[in-house]
Each structure stands twice: as C-alpha cells, then as structure tokens.
Design a protein. Sequence first.
Lengths: 268, 115
Amino acid sequence: MDKTREKMKRMLEEKEVSAILALRRNHGHPTPFLFTKAEELKDWVADEANRYPLTKLLIKIARKHQSDVIGIIVRGCEERSLVELLKNFQLRQGKVKAIGIACSQELANRCRCDQPFPSQVEEGQVAKPATDFSDLEEIEKLTEEDRFQYWMSQFGKCIKCYGCRNICPACFCPTCTLEDANLIKPGGMPPEIPIFHLHKAYHMADRCIDCGLCEEACPMGIPVRRLYRRVKKSVKDLFGYIPGEKEDEKGPLEFLGDGSYELPGAGK
Amino acid sequence: MCSGRISPHFILKAFQEGADGVLVAGCHIGECHYGKGNYITAKRMVVMKELIQFIGLSPTRLRLEWIATSEGNKFAQVVSHFTEEITQLGPSPLRPKRIAKFKPGQEVVGAIGIR
C-alpha cells in the first residue's frame, strides 16, 4: 500500500485536495479519520476486516466544507456508492476525488462481490468477481409457505435499531419512509413485519450497490442483504440497469420513461 | 387518480393490513390522461411481484390491469375473475389473526436465550 500512501501524500502536499477521508489505526482499531497533513498519513490503514461507510460520512463533511475538494479512499463498493450519491446530488461533481484500492480475493469471496475493484486502482492485483447467488437460490428452492415462514421468523427478530438504514451508503433521504407513522405504526417491538423490511427492500431495488454492510451491521443477524440482492437482480434482469455503474444513467424506477420498458405480461 | 400515483408503499400497506389481494387498474398504455403516468406503474408492478413472491406471498395476489373508463364490462369481468382466483388461494397469511401464528422471533429468541 506504499504507492497509494505516496499518492495521497503528493495530493495533500500539492494541494490537489484539502483533506483525505480514510481509515486510521487508532489504538489498534481502524477508525475513520480526515487526513489534512502529509505526516499524519503514516497511521493510514486499508483495513479489510472492518469496512466502514466512508462515503456516508463524506456527505456530512462535504456539506460543511463546500468549497474544498476532498479525497476519499474507495473500494469497488464505495466507488459505486459515490456514483449513486453524485447522481442524486448528495455530493458535488468535481469536489470529490476518489483514490481506488483493490480488494483481496479473500474479501471479494467473502462479500460475494460482483465487482471488487474500483475503476482506477493504484497498485496491487484486482480480484476476480465472485458470481455466487447460492444464498438466493437456497431460499427460492423453498416452497411458498416455507419461504414465508422463513422470512417472518427472520423479520421477527428485528429490534428496529435502523442500523441497516443508517449504515447504508446509498440511503440519504432526510425524511425516511421507515419513520412515517402513516405507513408503519410507531412504537411496538418488533416493528410491523414484513412491511418494515419490504419498504426498504423496494427502495433499494434500483439503488442497492450490494456492499453488504447492512447485513454486517444488523445486531440480530437478519439476512436483509438477500432481500436487496433479489430486488437488485430483478431490476437488472428486467431493465438491464446496475446501480452505481454509470453516472449518467438514472434508475428505472425513478422516472416515468418513454414506454420502452412497458413489459410483456403487464396488463394481462 | 392516475395509476402512477399508486406508490408501492400503498400496496405493501394493504397487504400488511390483511388484504387478500390488491388490484391496480389504470388507463391503457398510450392512453394515459397525463401522458405517461402508467409507464412507471408497469415497471413498479413487476418489481413488486418479484419481491412479494420472494418473501412467500403468492404473486397472484397482486394484479395490474389496464381498464379504460369506458370499459365497464371489462372491469366487472376482471374483478369477478380476480375474486375467484383469490378465493381459491384462501386468506392472506398476513391477516392480523393469522399473523399471530408467526410469533416474531420466537424460535430464535428461545434458542439464543434472550428475554
């Protein structure tokens, strides 16, 4: 990672960026840190065991320092999230500079990532994409009743901590559907199921960048990522759209369209 | 009301309240009063169908139908046909009474000893 460190150093010294958001080793733990001086970079780590939604932090930082260009270390998933956030005007074009790092093959396999590398990588080997949908197939094999039973017992564990939403690097709305009293009754534990999880799942259909942080964050171990992966797959199969891929392409569920999506089977 | 106004959240809410089936009817494609409101309805419905199928609700319970204001007969046919289908399927597993069967987190909480 020395080459990346050199590059970060150069960027800070040449004032190409005013700060770089990355992880820092702090008493043995990687924590997010805004590097502003070149000499601080000796503590920088690219930790693989602990991923962190840095892009989500960047939204708050960028809002406060609107005239500054801020650098950020991105993996494949984080770059996709940057694209989504730029597309949805949460960050400003040209005010963010991404520095790509590649994931190891081990991490890519663990995440079942289909694009474990950003568009530009400074050093190292890029890992092969893992195209593993066994988690979805496992559920789809079940009968309808079993599937329902499976999901209801999973959703029933929910303690409504909103962890999956708060950590999601593609979620940014100031007013959230999940807190709307008319749609989901406030109070009560667990929340109204399955509506609570389905609302989020539908929202993720053309937004999910498949980073898997939601599932890692869930204190009750609900496999929410499977739900989002499934809707993401539907959108990909039906409309050929992959979230976070191209900056100039809008999600198919975000605009009315020209009718070319009018699908066979609808209205029959 | 334009069928493009039917947010997926309304459909989910209906299922949560115990609806056995949800029928969404709109103007034919190309005949939208507002130009292209029904384009997005078509897109939303396919994704919704796949989603509810994945969690174990029958996708037959959700239906999209294009019915123009002048097609009174078609409306009657569609509704009676849909009702028949739903009757065959039986009540929704999300009916408030039936939902009690799935005690939230019961097995799991018991197994890991919380509470």
